[in-house]
Design a protein around this ligand. Structure first.
Ligand SMILES: Nc1ncnc2c1ncn2[C@@H]1O[C@H](COP(=O)(O)OP(=O)(O)OP(=O)(O)O)[C@@H](O)[C@H]1O
Ligand SMILES: [Mg+2]
Length: 265
């Protein structure tokens, strides 16, 4: 489903700020895999997701999504294959637009149709209402409300719904619950799992919460200095505990995990 074949990325090469963010990142996901990604600060987790999304060209290696080599495709051209949700609840939705307008944009993304030329049809509106109802946040009754009025958690739930509306080949989540309070984060994580299961999506989720990394998904990988250093297969993941994860990390990297947010959570 996803093949990340030995990719490398150095930012600002040849300058004083040169940074080897990815050295030799290699990862292969099966259809339906839901992999959680952990690692220290600056390990290359976001860079790997951004490389898959085509935010910048990679220096070496290639990326294949569902049999299609996307390495040379622009970010825009890859967007039809991907759903993405970031940490900041303010990104991903348009504050000045209503809930239903945001959903219409997400629903028509990549289709050659001007978003508002025909307004929102009754058929769309009823589909949006059903989708919003599954969030259990009452948003289906506020479809004409501006998104800027929603709480961070409500907005993140909506972003997730919008990112999966067109059933992307691959869902990329970069600490998408990190800015939420624990209770809201748990809600959004449950929703994440539900949407991934219902739509049979393949997903990568970066998290700094090791319990979440263990609780969610069928695989877990650890990154360190631009490489995937541990890749736990489904059979083994179910029986892992946080202590085991820390041991595996220290054993493979030869040092302690340095992620302040991770150790605080
Ligand atoms: N656009 C960029 N320009 C320059 N350096 C960058 C850029 N993006 C990332 N880096 C650097 O590359 C390294 C890897 O960053 P990345 O964001 O992938 O880490 P991360 O594993 O997501 O860490 P964190 O847990 O802090 O989010 C870091 O040293 C970072 O400063
Ligand atoms: Mg990051």
């Amino acid at each position: 489903m996803l093949d990340i074949n030995h990719i490398a990325k150095t930012f600002n090469p040849g300058t004083i700020t040169e940074k080897k963010a990815l050295v030799d990142a290699d990862l292969h996901l099966q259809d339906g895999d839901f992999v959680t990604v952990i690692g220290g600060n600056g390990a290359g987790k976001s860079t790997m997701l951004n490389a898959v999304a085509g935010v910048f060209p990679v220096d070496r290696g290639n990326i294949v999504i569902d049999g299609e080599d996307v390495t040379d495709l622009s970010e825009h051209r890859r967007a039809r294959l991907l759903g993405r949700v970031f940490q900041d609840p303010m990104t991903g939705t348009a504050a000045a637009m209503t809930i239903e307008e945001n959903m219409a944009l997400a629903n028509r993304r990549g289709k050659h149709r001007s978003p508002f030329r025909w307004g929102i049809t009754q058929k769309e509106r009823s589909m949006f209402r059903d989708e919003l109802a599954r969030l259990g946040l009452g948003l289906e009754n506020r479809m004409q409300a501006k998104v800027g009025l929603l709480s961070g958690g409500q907005r993140q739930a909506l972003t997730l719904l919008m990112a999966t509306l067109q059933k992307p080949q691959l869902l990329l989540l970069d600490e998408h619950t990190a800015a939420l309070d624990p209770k809201t984060a748990a809600k959004v994580l449950h929703l994440t799992r539900e949407l991934i299961q219902d739509h049979h999506l393949t997903a990568m989720m970066v998290t700094h919460n090791m319990k979440d990394a263990l609780q969610y998904g069928n695989r877990i990988i650890m990154m360190h200095e631009g490489r995937v250093i541990v890749d736990v297969e489904p059979e083994m993941k179910a029986s892992l505990r946080v202590e085991n994860l820390l041991e595996m990390f220290e054993h493979t990297s030869g040092g302690k995990l340095d992620n302040d947010r991770m150790l605080l959570s």
